[in-house]
Design a protein around this ligand. Sequence first.
Ligand SMILES: CC(C)(COP(=O)(O)OP(=O)(O)OC[C@H]1O[C@@H](n2cnc3c(N)ncnc32)[C@H](O)[C@@H]1OP(=O)(O)O)[C@@H](O)C(=O)NCCC(=O)NCCS
Length: 176
Amino acid sequence: MSKKKKDVPRNESALKAKRISASRSEMAEVVLPAMTNPLGKLLGGHVMHLVDIAAAMAASRHSNSYVVTASVDYIDFRNPINIGEIVTLKSQVNRVFHTSMEVGVKVFSENALTGERKHTTTAYVTFVAIDAITKEPRPVAPLILKSADEKRRWQEAGARRKARLALRYKKRHEKD
Ligand SMILES: CC(C)(COP(=O)(O)OP(=O)(O)OC[C@H]1O[C@@H](n2cnc3c(N)ncnc32)[C@H](O)[C@@H]1OP(=O)(O)O)[C@@H](O)C(=O)NCCC(=O)NCCS
């Protein structure tokens, strides 16, 4: 029996299990006037844009693949980020399913003058790996879990997947 297109990995090495640390990514930038609201706070939409980019870095590092954002199921804004501050985003793959991965992102603000640092946002974003040729979802390498925190995040990601797939938009031909 012939395999379905999306079950054929183009790059076998891309399916070798990887440590979570291989996906860990970090990016930083200074908050400039064009990114802020009239109160001089970083726009929530800009934070979401940065979250998407930081999360995509972790997903593509883990999968060695093009990735698309499938859903964002949680994002909060705990503290504002002020103009002139440094915004840092840290991301890592929490769990791999088959062709999709959940990435966790944490955002921090830093006042370089005082050294004060705050955790401002947490977000969970799901990405699907896309085959460069067929443009179809493609399988992703499994994760190697080491620390207790990694195992806890993996467990929690499973519960979030249930909730997000229950809310998933259904195509017209799909039954409720
Ligand atoms: C995401 C997308 C690739 C899924 O394609 P699809 O034909 O529905 O594929 P499938 O039903 O086979 O699902 C593929 C994977 O996506 C996951 N998925 C699909 N919709 C999802 C959603 N709303 N939330 C989380 N995961 C989702 C499925 O669970 C499956 O994961 P698994 O293989 O790990 O179990 C497709 O809907 C798409 O291209 N969406 C647009 C993406 C986009 O443009 N993003 C913004 C720019 S990057």
